[in-house]
Design a binder for this molecule. Structure first.
Ligand code: HEM
Length: 352
């Protein structure tokens, strides 16, 4: 019989075992997450470290797409998207937008004419309290098929081994299509003339629960005008942000959002593969950019355009990129916000 007020010996022992299991399990989970059991596993830290430019870590800045400028505006849904997704963002109406035009470089001081990939971060908020965050780029497909291959590409491009890129391309032949695009696609003199593409696939669910796998793009209202990189270089290192600020002063800028629906068998898990022409495409609304603000004091500075922040009615698909991106963006966000002193604000009241 156990004595009153004193726990039985076996129950003390049992409790100790339980504590050991819980603490040990927590430590093991931590070690697993940190990659200690599998040093070759791709971790968010490794992915983010692989962006570090030769000039050093861009303290206080995004670890990729480090150069950018904020904008605010509206998304006006025309209602057509509601046939595919019950997300409120597709119900006819106007929803506030916060975004960021940016360049695909880890160097916040890179001259604009030297960066091939341009991007847009976008957050659309709806009255039901939900948000749709997205980060899109202007190439029609991604350079590689998997997050692991992207990591290897970063390592190869930073390598001093003269054969590193050749070896990489041999193992990842999908890079050839991106190389051809980078060489031949026209450059423009403005973010306003760019088409921005989700590249990753997502799943829309309508009000009856029917699911459709899609990608989306923002098509510019402005007619693209081709300008050679040499001529762009003459416009100065920051011509893109100067141009867009000037252009918006002259009136709002518009993009049409088009949702493209996959046919059965389309490569939904591989953003390096564009879907064939002729897929069902639905115009779901118009993005209007009304105001530009410098990033340093602007409202997009402390936002993480994590592509897995999605409203009910949109979810991730079998594409492995959004999950990998989410983990890497969070790491980058943690680092840059902890380094705010290295990228000080100029206006004390500017924080959103
Ligand atoms: C595994 C693959 C990828 C990795 C590791 C990666 C990594 C990153 C990181 C670390 C950032 C900075 C995040 C922050 O501090 O807020 C970033 C930003 C960005 N990425 Fe990616 N990325 C990947 C794939 C992609 C893809 C597929 C796209 C486009 C389809 C893309 C478009 C962008 C854009 C537009 C931004 C800037 C967003 C902003 O303005 O804050 N990335 N990326």
């Amino acid at each position: 019989m156990p004595q009153p007020g004193r726990p039985p010996v076996r129950s003390v022992f049992g409790s100790l075992v339980l504590i050991a299991v819980v603490v040990g399990g927590g430590a093991a989970a931590f070690a697993y997450t940190a990659g200690w059991f599998s040093p070759r596993r791709l971790t968010p830290d490794k992915l983010v470290d692989a962006f570090t430019p030769s000039t050093g870590e861009p303290l206080g800045h995004r670890r990729n797409h480090a150069k950018g400028i904020c904008f605010t505006g509206m998304f006006e849904a025309n209602g057509a998207g509601s046939t595919l997704s019950h997300a409120q963002v597709f119900a006819r109406g106007q929803y506030p937008v916060l975004g960021r035009f940016n360049l695909g470089t880890p160097d916040p001081n890179a001259p604009d004419a030297t960066v091939r990939v341009r991007g847009m971060g976008l957050r659309i908020s709806t009255p039901d309290g939900q948000e749709w965050r997205s980060a899109m780029i202007d190439p029609p497909f991604f350079p590689v098929s998997t997050p692991q291959a992207f990591y290897e590409l970063l390592i190869a491009s930073a390598s001093k081994d003269p054969n590193a890129m050749k070896t990489f391309a041999g193992a990842h032949p999908e890079i050839a299509a991106f190389g051809a695009w980078a060489k031949s696609a026209p450059w423009t003199g403005s973010y306003a003339e760019e088409r921005f593409n989700s590249l990753n696939s997502f799943v829309f669910a309508d009000s009856s629960g029917t699911e459709t796998t899609v990608r989306w793009s923002l098509l510019p209202a402005a007619q693209p005008v081709s300008v050679s990189p040499d001529d762009l270089a003459k416009r100065g290192p920051d011509f893109l942000e100067q141009e867009i600020a000037e252009r918006v002063r002259g009136g709002p800028l518009r993009w049409t959002m088009v949702v493209t629906v996959a046919n059965p068998g389309d490569p939904t898990a591989d953003p390096s593969k564009a879907w064939p022409e002729g897929r069902r495409a639905i115009e779901v609304g118009t993005l209007t950019v009304r105001r530009i603000q410098a990033e340093r004091d602007g409202p997009c500075r402390d936002i993480n355009f994590d592509p897995t922040v999605l409203p009910s009615g949109i979810r991730t698909s079998d594409d492995p990129f959004p999950a990998a991106r989410s983990a890497a963006y969070a790491k980058s966000f943690d680092r840059r916000t902890a380094e705010a002193k290295d990228y000080p604000r100029t206006a004390t009241d500017a924080k959103p």
